[in-house]
Design a protein around this ligand. Structure first.
Ligand code: SF4
Length: 375
């Protein structure tokens, strides 16, 4: 079943490492939301199925939306889609927005899962990243969310920052494990072009990222999270049994999704579409009765689909399935099997039935292994 993604392209301040699409000016918030409501109507036929099992508000900072704005999205969705009764409805939130009053407002909307961008419980890390919250807010917001009845919580954490020692990372994990949080997404800090961090590294203001330290902290994460019952089901994602993220899992399993808003991506099973990552151009396009010129599209070749499947499949516990490869054609199946042989012999990959997965050692090399298997 399909999912719908809403990109809310506004933030209070720019985190130094972030290369997502967002603006720190809220001036166009209303006109972008108006455009998004029109985009829902205009693109209602994009998904092959009207039934929707997951909705995800990402960004940017969706916790800048008011209760009334969230309700407007749902009023419009109900005109065009059949939202499953038990649909997973996630909203990304920053700790500094999750006051008791705001959580109470959220509890009056259909949102039933919060993805909280904590990143670290250490003050020095948060300052280094230029996050808008402090360590105390990071902890209080989890208590507030639980007290307001949000039982389905996922938390984002970042490792490998120059300010994060191995002990700091272990302390961050120990802190989060004290809470009944049932899902974790943990990312290595990366230096992306056109970010403040990229500039700081280039000019020597901050040291380059130490790959070895990041790999060590990733290994520690896997051991520590699995020791307290989390399943490592995607390279950056860990869930308690029964709490896999439905929306993100559908991306990884190649299901169609509709992305609404500036910079949002969509996939219909054959082609990818990405909306213009510019709030003013997006809002202007939707002032017309029928918006045009607000997206680009690419039809995926069978080679693209094979490569994407191998890339995402190897990152998950579902792995790469031989019958799916066979359905793409004997040359793809043969290419994968002959090239995977070396990784099986080296213990980097495991074969269970008709599934090929990465071993624990292989998970540290996921991108390189996938690249070697590309067609
Ligand atoms: S990390 Fe999140 S809060 Fe920070 S700038 Fe990027 S989108 Fe905004």
């Amino acid at each position: 079943m399909a999912g719908i993604y809403f990109h809310i392209p506004f933030c209070k301040q720019a985190c130094h490492y972030c290369n997502f699409h967002f603006s720190t000016s809220l001036q166009l918030k209303e006109s972008v939301i108006d455009g998004m409501l029109k985009e829902i109507a205009q693109r209602a036929a994009y998904l092959p199925d009207k039934k929707v099992s997951s909705i995800y508000f990402g960004g940017g900072t969706p916790s800048l939306l008011t209760r009334a704005e969230i309700v407007r999205f749902f009023e419009q969705l109900h005109h065009f889609f059949d939202i499953e009764k038990d649909a997973e409805i996630t909203l990304e939130a920053n700790p500094d927005d999750l006051s008791k009053a705001y959580l109470e407002e959220l509890s009056q909307t259909p949102v039933n899962r919060l993805s909280i961008g904590i990143q670290s419980f250490k003050e020095e890390d948060l300052r280094f990243m230029n996050r808008a919250h402090n360590a105390a807010e990071a902890m209080v917001c989890i208590d507030n969310a639980l007290a307001m009845g949000f039982e389905s919580l996922t938390v984002d954490l970042i490792y490998g920052a120059p300010t994060t020692s191995d002990k700091d990372w272990a302390d961050n994990l120990a802190t989060i494990f004290e809470y009944p949080v049932n899902h974790l997404s943990c990312y290595a800090l990366t230096v992306e072009e056109k970010t403040a961090l990229h500039h700081f590294v280039k000019t020597g203001k901050v040291p380059a990222i130490q790959e070895e330290k990041a790999a060590r902290q990733f290994e520690y994460l896997i051991a520590a999270a699995t020791a307290v019952g989390f399943l490592h089901y995607e390279i950056s994602n860990f869930a308690q049994p029964g709490h896999f993220a439905r929306h993100n899992s559908s991306y990884w399993q190649g299901e169609p999704y509709l992305g609404i808003g500036p910079g949002a991506h969509s996939y219909d099973g054959h082609s990818r579409q990405w909306n213009v990552a510019n709030n003013a151009r997006y809002a202007k396009a939707f002032q017309a009765e029928t918006a045009t010129d607000f997206f680009e599209q690419e039809t995926l070749s069978i080679e693209d689909r094979y490569n994407e499947y191998v890339m995402t499949g190897l990152r998950t516990i579902w792995g790469v399935e031989q019958t799916t490869l066979a359905a793409m054609g004997p040359s793809f199946e043969g290419h994968f099997i002959s090239n995977a042989q070396q990784f099986l012999e080296e213990g980097i990959m495991l074969k269970e039935g008709s599934h090929y997965r990465l071993s624990a050692a292989g998970r540290l090399l996921a991108d390189g292994v996938a690249a070697a298997l590309f067609y």
